[in-house]
Ligand binder design. Structure first.
Ligand code: B12
Ligand code: SF4
Length: 498
């Protein structure tokens, strides 16, 4: 009897290539139960379709992990190919998109089971039942089809992170990820959920609002061992809000310093919680290797922040905290969402002025921008009809929901093009440091620095006609880019033309 499970991870549209943590999480109980696990990540496997079709031949099922957006394309491609080979072979989907829209996902003819929410225990039970050919009706946290009818089992209650097994990092081919991205790094989770409720965010729909975390000692022990075992230079702690418990954060800093940890790490946290860190706290965390705090500022307009349900932010605090972070040697990294419903020219200009002001006053601070994307399960989606969003009616309909090129009823055609050009100018006006290694030579860097001055002038004057600097920058990038994620390369062109 075969005891093999095949996982497929569709490419994540990012040059920040590393192992998919969701799959490493659900793989541990399977490995412990004696199953063989194959992980095929299309980002590092050019012939991924062939590989999947080979591996499924003697496996129990195919499991795919996906979020809403372009990952759906390869999911559909692979699931269809497997079903063509054997219509009875079980295809299981898990992760954010199937968790938020389980019914619609199951309506796709090539999907047999969806796993909702945390998958560690659910998938193990499911695989055991599939192996024994027993009925799966009593497994909590799944949806499946029988005789054309969709059936959902009871919800599986969320478990605190501390009760979850460690991730199966041994499945990750770190050499292959490093070859693509130029850096050897991994993700690590130390807490779940976020106590806030931003209107565009889907987190509440999957993890609820009850923040829970690993104790500081476990963080220190695991991260030190992980980075040493795989020779990793960096960890991205992907917690939604790392700083909810400040004492834990300080204890982690002290523990890492004591353990003589030798890796860089970055965190995500809200601006209000980051602002609670004193210079002393920040210096301690810096000594412990923390080099970046990613914070969702999202807009420079108080009106838009109110609509986003982000009234917990304070601009003075953001300025003061950016200064403290930089004094401590930690990079403050901010996210912005453009075109949120209700954003007009005035609000957009407020945001641009805010970005320019912060970047000029605090060199080293950086901004990453996106276009508002209405995700299933986010509070704002309850108002979809009112704000004019056409909600897709099939799994495939969500493939174009991607913040880098989302087209909205109030942002299309010329306006969409203009905003994309503006975002491109922001990219060259101020330095940003991505995770992937910087492969630019000295001449390119100097030339790009020169382009930043006209870019700043344009942003100050809201003038984006004849974007010659972008053309020049594009030529430069083509000379130096070593890896372009497949999904982006495929999709950005049509978006620019819309
Ligand atoms: C790390 C991360 C990234 C990294 C991914 C790198 C990589 N190699 O995986 C990068 C930077 C590339 C990224 C990009 C994007 N991301 Co992202 N990302 C995350 C983040 C912070 C952590 C994901 C993670 O690994 N968590 C840890 C694992 C253990 O948890 P998990 O994924 O929830 O997995 C559990 C369950 O979901 C389930 N499960 C997961 N997979 C599977 C599979 C099976 C078979 C089963 C049974 C169960 C199962 O079991 C797991 C264990 O309990 C999440 C936020 C979050 N809190 O999770 C956002 C998040 C997933 N990203 C999101 C978004 C929107 C994006 C971007 C669109 C952002 C952008 N501006 O471009 C892009 C999308 C790219 C794309 N392909 O479409 C959204 C997705 C929302 C949605 N509806 O799908 C999230 C939820 C953030 C948010 N709150 O909005 N992201
Ligand atoms: S603070 Fe971040 S994770 Fe928390 S609800 Fe808002 S967007 Fe989501």
């Amino acid at each position: 009897m075969p005891r093999k499970i095949v996982f497929f991870f569709p490419s994540f549209a990012s040059s920040e290539a590393t192992a998919p943590l969701g799959i490493l999480a659900v793989a541990t109980p399977l490995l412990r139960a004696g199953y063989a696990v194959r992980l095929i990540d299309s980002t590092i496997t050019p012939d991924y379709k062939k590989r999947v079709l080979e591996e499924v031949k003697d496996a129990i099922c195919l499991c795919v992990s996906l979020v809403t957006g372009p990952m759906i394309r390869e999911t559909v491609e692979i699931a269809r190919a497997v079903k063509e080979w054997n219509p009875d072979f079980p295809v299981i989907l898990g992760g954010w998109h199937p968790s938020l829209l389980p019914k619609q996902t199951l309506e796709a003819e090539f999907v047999d089971v969806v796993v909702r929410g945390q998958g560690e225990e659910t998938l193990l039970e499911l695989v055991q039942h599939l192996e024994n050919h027993s009925a799966i009706d009593l497994i909590p946290g799944i949806g499946f089809k029988r005789d054309g009818k969709i059936i959902f089992t009871t919800e599986r209650p969320l478990k605190p992170l501390v009760d979850m097994p460690p991730k199966a990092y041994e499945l990750a081919d770190f050499d292959a990820y490093e070859r693509l991205c130029g850096r050897r790094w991994a993700m690590y989770t130390s807490s779940l959920a976020c106590p806030f409720n931003c209107a565009y965010c889907t987190n509440g729909g999957v993890y609820g609002r009850k923040w829970n975390a690993l104790p500081a000692e476990q963080f220190v022990e695991e991260t030190v061992a992980l980075t040493r075992r795989y020779n990793l230079e960096m960890l991205w702690v992907v917690d939604d809000n790392f700083l909810v418990d400040l004492d834990r954060a300080r204890a982690i800093g002290e523990g890492l310093v004591r353990a003589r940890a030798n890796f860089k790490w970055s965190i995500q946290a809200t601006t209000n919680l980051t602002a609670r860190l004193s210079l002393e706290d920040l210096r301690l965390l810096r000594r412990a290797g923390l080099h970046q705090i990613c914070q969702g500022v999202d807009s420079g307009s108080p009106k838009i922040l109110k609509l986003m349900n982000k009234t917990f932010q304070d601009f003075d605090d953001i300025y003061a905290c950016a200064a403290r972070c930089l004094r401590a040697g930690i990079r403050p990294s901010f996210n912005i969402i453009f075109a949120y419903p209700g954003e007009g020219r005035t609000e957009l200009r407020q945001t641009i002025s805010f970005i320019m002001d912060v970047c000029r006053r605090f060199p080293g601070a950086e901004f990453w921008t996106n276009i508002f994307t209405p995700y299933p399960g986010s509070p704002v989606m309850q108002r979809a009809e009112e704000i004019g969003i056409e909600v897709p009616t099939s799994l495939e309909g969500w493939a174009d929901f991607f913040p880098r090129y989302t087209v909205l009823p109030w942002l299309k055609g010329r306006d969409h093009r203009r905003l994309q050009v503006l975002r491109d100018y922001l990219r060259i006006a101020f330095d940003r440091i991505p995770i992937a290694a910087d492969t630019r030579d000295r001449a390119t860097r100097i030339f790009q620095k020169m382009l930043s001055f006209p870019a700043r002038w344009r942003l100050d004057h809201d003038f984006y006609e004849y974007p010659v600097e972008l053309w020049l920058n594009d030529r430069l990038k083509r000379r130096t880019a070593n890896f372009k994620p497949a999904v982006d390369a495929k999709r950005l062109e049509p978006a620019a033309a819309c």
